[in-house]
Design a protein around this ligand. Structure first.
Ligand code: KIV
Length: 303
């Protein structure tokens, strides 16, 4: 009998069950390497369509194609073991009709093996959310500031700053919950509104620029690491990775120019038995080339 107990991956209902409990921790993730690190700390990882802006240099998320989401989604699923992986449905792949949404969302689920999809919109997406959930696709909703509608909003504008705008957003939250969303992202909205919504709905709210009163929080990983050139007001930079990368690359460039890198420590040599017959034994000193010295094997490299 095998004693191997596979580690269970978090599933959408596990997130729903966290309503009102310990805060739900999540980050965006776009590639395997950082997914493996974030997986140790996060309840879910979102392959957000923000990857179009963060990784691919688009001005907005509107141009992001479905194939790109699938490619990054596969990497994040491969890199993680524990966290639920949620993949954003990009603009134009779900709004037209519930059946178009199902076709594209099913492709995302089948090709990436992720655990859920996220789509933007409140009341207008309720029928589609119900259609997907009834057919086996867990859906995270996303209301408030919905970046795919940037061209309608006229910018990335905070929502619910005046009380007269609250009813429509509260209605969005209520309707997507009734339609079967397992959680709701509340993006860039005034704190009192996010708190009211969190109290009113039965599923967890995940805040990004919303309120500490939400059931969980999400940030774009590159923003909180200090890697993004500009960040919104609601981002706290928990690291200074951009500066660390800048310093590391500057050191590399200066060592390459000074010919101090690679040193013998990072250079392959002949095996000891062949040193005597090394035809390059007389090569210029200081280059490390052809000296025939046996050097340490670099990490993860061949012999
Ligand atoms: O695309 C994204 O990164 C998102 C988060 C901002 C929630 O949707």
């Amino acid at each position: 009998m095998s004693t191997h107990v596979p580690m269970k991956r978090t599933m959408a209902p596990d997130i729903t069950a966290r309503k009102g409990g310990d805060p739900i921790v999540s980050l965006t993730s776009y590639h395997a390497h950082t997914a493996a690190i974030a997986d140790k700390h996060c309840d879910f990882l979102l392959v957000g369509d923000s990857l179009g802006m963060v990784m691919h240099g688009y001005e907005t998320t509107v141009p992001v194609p479905l194939d790109l989401m699938i490619m990054h989604g596969k990497a994040v699923v491969r890199g993680s073991k524990r966290a639920l992986v949620v993949i954003d449905m990009p603009f134009g792949t779900y709004e037209e009709s519930p059946s178009v949404a199902f076709r594209n969302a099913a492709r995302v689920m089948k090709e990436t093996d992720c655990g859920a999809v996220k789509l933007e919109g409140g009341r207008r997406m309720a029928e589609t959310i119900r259609f997907l959930v009834d057919r086996g696709i867990p859906v995270m909703a996303h209301i408030g500031m919905t970046p795919q509608s940037v061209n309608v909003f006229g910018g990335f504008k905070t929502q619910g700053r005046t009380v007269d705008t609250w009813t429509a957003i509260e209605e969005d939250a209520r309707v997507v919950t009734e339609a079967g969303a397992f959680a709701i992202v509340l993006e860039a909205m005034s704190a009192p509104l996010a708190e009211r919504i969190t109290k009113a709905v039965a599923v967890p709210t995940i805040g990004i620029g919303a309120s500490p009163g939400c059931d969980g929080q999400i940030l774009v990983m590159e923003d909180m690491l200090g890697l993004s050139p500009r960040v919104p007001k609601f981002v706290k930079e928990f690291g200074a990775i951009g500066q660390a990368i800048d310093r590391a690359i500057a050191s590399y460039a200066s060592e390459v120019r000074a010919r101090t890198f690679p040193s013998t420590e990072h250079t392959y040599s002949l095996k000891s038995a062949d040193v005597a017959s090394d035809p390059g034994a007389g090569s210029p000193a200081g280059t490390g080339a052809g000296t025939g010295r046996v050097t340490k094997k670099p990490k993860n490299q061949g012999t």
